[in-house]
Ligand binder design. Structure first.
Ligand SMILES: Cc1cc2nc3c(=O)[nH]c(=O)nc-3n(C[C@H](O)[C@H](O)[C@H](O)COP(=O)(O)O)c2cc1C
Length: 209
């Protein structure tokens, strides 16, 4: 079912969803594929379609990935918490980040986008081409989820356990980079607000830095 939101509404209310991921409701594979179908319309370098997308919906595998994420958060709680210092609503961001830990091993599905090659030792243009060729599609996936009453959150911290996840997911680690892990679930309620961001006037300049 679609929410029929305007493009502007989708763009301004697609949030990082953690507390409001509904772990009790199954997500049909067809819905995920519909969102991926839209996501893959995003631009990518030379239209190579070099990306790979692993949809994990086996509960035992989700549980294993969830355990890895819990370990990451436990090991890096200091670094993760210091990063939010001074940001408006920092307590909420932290509380929300921690709430994800409680449910991450029970989410209905997870998406792991991959790009060929490893980032280590690559030049800036090569990195721009690699990440730029998958991040736009990944964000489009978020927008497609939002329009269908689902949500996700970028779990970049999870890639600290990329090697262990590669074993679980049978990814050839030396040949593919995990861009992140993304839980997929229906959201509890479909109302989301615009978020705080620095105003345009503070971060934009014309012609020169
Ligand atoms: C590149 C990137 C990495 C992120 N990594 C994490 C993460 O590891 N864990 C997490 O809980 N949220 C993560 N997030 C979500 C951000 O914390 C969230 O987008 C930010 O607080 C703004 O909230 P909003 O998206 O709801 O506006 C990440 C977001 C981005 C774009």
């Amino acid at each position: 079912m679609k929410l029929n939101l305007s493009v502007d509404a989708v763009l301004s209310t697609t949030r990082a969803v953690r507390r409001r991921l509904d772990v009790s409701k199954a997500v049909p594979r067809a819905v995920i594929d519909e969102c991926l179908e839209l996501a893959l319309q995003a631009p990518n370098g030379i239209n190579q379609n070099a990306w790979r997308w692993i949809v994990v919906d086996d509960p035992a595998t989700i549980s294993k990935l969830g355990a890895l994420y819990k370990a990451v958060v436990a090991e890096n709680s200091k670094a993760l918490t210091s990063g939010t210092a001074g940001i408006p609503g920092e307590d909420k961001v932290l509380e929300s980040a921690m709430s994800l830990v409680n449910i991450i091993d029970r989410v209905p599905a997870m998406l792991v986008p991959l790009m060929p090659g490893r980032p280590e030792g690559r030049s800036a243009p090569e990195l721009a081409a690699m990440y730029g060729s998958v991040i736009q599609a990944t964000w489009s996936f978020f927008l497609a989820l939002r329009e269908r009453g689902l949500g996700s959150v970028w779990m970049s911290a999870a890639t600290r356990r990329e090697k262990e996840a590669a074993v679980i997911l049978k990814i050839p680690f030396d040949h593919y980079t995990q861009i992140g892990w993304f839980p997929i679930a229906y959201t509890i309620g479909t109302e989301f607000k615009k978020a705080w961001r620095k105003p345009v006037s503070e971060v934009r300049s014309f012609n020169v830095f």
